[in-house]
Design a protein around this ligand. Structure first.
Ligand code: NAD
Ligand code: UD1
Length: 330
């Protein structure tokens, strides 16, 4: 298939491009580089031997984006392009609503206009809110606490309504848990600008000596060791989930959790990082972070049943590859 990957130079998008090419798809990337670098395109070339067609465009711009659809016979769209920093979304709500919602609407409209019947969307476990664990796709979604989470909920709704009204337009909504790790080549990975908010990029910066120590946000949660528990998923497993999702597209709208189904605490992850990589990660327990949930992980059985996809890589591979990429970029 000819697949348009928006945000294809970003963290999850770039790994998905590799897996799509491995599975003989032709990839066309659209990215405005707001949170990625052009050199990722060369890294994709190095890994796959193929340099995908690249459009440096903003996918909220309908005219620029339409050019991609007139230049190529697109069979499917995987829409990663979006802003994703939770704290920033509270400070800049309009930027988040505009970027994340207009991009979804522009792309859906173009799919209808050009008869593109397969659409895969990057949603997030954040849409579940503070639900019971494990999170199951059939749960009623509870309120989210920030504009970022709302953009995911509203995008899901826009795509559901659009698909219902246009039966030829099929959508897979993928709710990611906590993507971490990197490609085993160490050439592509997660490279956030500035001080990272998420746990794994922070751990790698501390291991590298760029930050003095990790602050562990709370050790008094009702979890295995008192620290927060999450369902970390290796980004290459996640990327493989997208290949399955675009290849096994059903009718209408389907929702899938992409997680491992297994929770890991902050201290379990940090200790695995230290042990597997043989490096020190100094940390200090501090107070809880506002808005944090004690524990969440996926019921990942639907994706296995219907897409034939299951995460294969564990925490040890995740910490090894996260460090492999960081070391390569020292
Ligand atoms: P990322 O920032 O690394 O990648 C997003 C890419 O989209 C970047 O390359 C950026 O330059 C591009 N982009 C943003 N707005 C654009 C626009 N208007 N036009 C063109 N390009 C644009 O983020 P990621 O971690 O790879 O996340 C990809 C998607 O998955 C996002 O939608 C994100 O919200 C979602 N998601 C991520 C996580 C996570 O923890 N990483 C979890 C759940 C969901
Ligand atoms: C965050 C986002 C969420 C997004 C998810 C996956 C928030 C409030 N939520 O959630 O929308 O879908 O990432 O990318 O930002 N931790 C520390 N010290 C740190 C950083 C984190 O102890 O310096 C702890 C947290 O308290 C949490 C765990 O590590 O228990 C994971 O945190 P993080 O990586 O930020 O992910 P989420 O909180 O799951």
């Amino acid at each position: 298939m000819n697949i348009l990957v928006t945000g294809g130079l970003g963290f999850i998008g770039s790994h998905t491009v590799v897996e799509l090419i491995k599975n003989n798809h032709t990839v066309i990337i659209a990215d405005n580089l707001v949170n990625s670098k052009l050199e990722v395109l060369d890294k994709l070339h190095q890994i796959t031997g193929i340099k995908p067609t690249f459009y440096q465009i903003d996918v909220t711009d309908a005219d620029q984006t339409e050019r991609v659809f007139t230049d190529h016979q697109i069979d499917g769209v995987i829409h990663f392009a979006g802003l994703k920093a939770v704290g920033e979304s509270v400070a800049k709500p309009l930027e988040y609503y505009y970027n994340n919602l207009v991009s979804t609407m522009v792309l859906s409209r173009l799919c209808l206009k050009y008869g593109v019947g397969k659409f895969v969307f990057s949603s997030s476990a954040t849409v579940y809110g503070e639900n019971e664990v494990p999170f199951v796709e059939t749960m009623t979604l509870l309120p989210t606490t920030n504009p970022y989470g709302e953009t995911k909920k509203i995008s899901e709704r826009i795509l559901e309504d659009t698909s219902r009204a246009n039966p030829g337009f099929s959508v897979n909504l993928l709710r990611y848990f906590n993507p971490v790790g990197a490609h085993e080549s160490g050439l592509i990975g997660e490279d956030p600008n500035g001080i990272p908010n998420n746990l794994m990029p922070f751990v790698t910066k501390v291991a590298k000596g760029e930050m003095p120590r990790l602050s562990v946000f709370g050790d008094d949660y009702p979890t295995v060791d008192g620290t927060g528990v999450r369902d970390y998923i290796h980004v290459v497993d996640l990327a493989e989930g997208h290949v399955a999702a675009i290849e096994k597209m059903g009718e209408g709208v389907s929702v899938y959790n992409l997680g491992t189904g297994k929770g890991t605490s902050v201290l379990e992850l940090v200790n695995a990082f230290i042990e597997v990589n043989g490096v020190d990660v100094p940390y200090k327990i501090v107070g809880r972070r506002a808005g944090d949930i004690a524990e969440f992980y996926a019921d990942a059985s639907k994706a296995e049943r219907e897409l034939g996809w299951k995460a294969k890589r564990g925490i040890r591979e995740m910490v090894r590859d996260a460090w492999g990429f960081e070391k390569n970029n020292m």
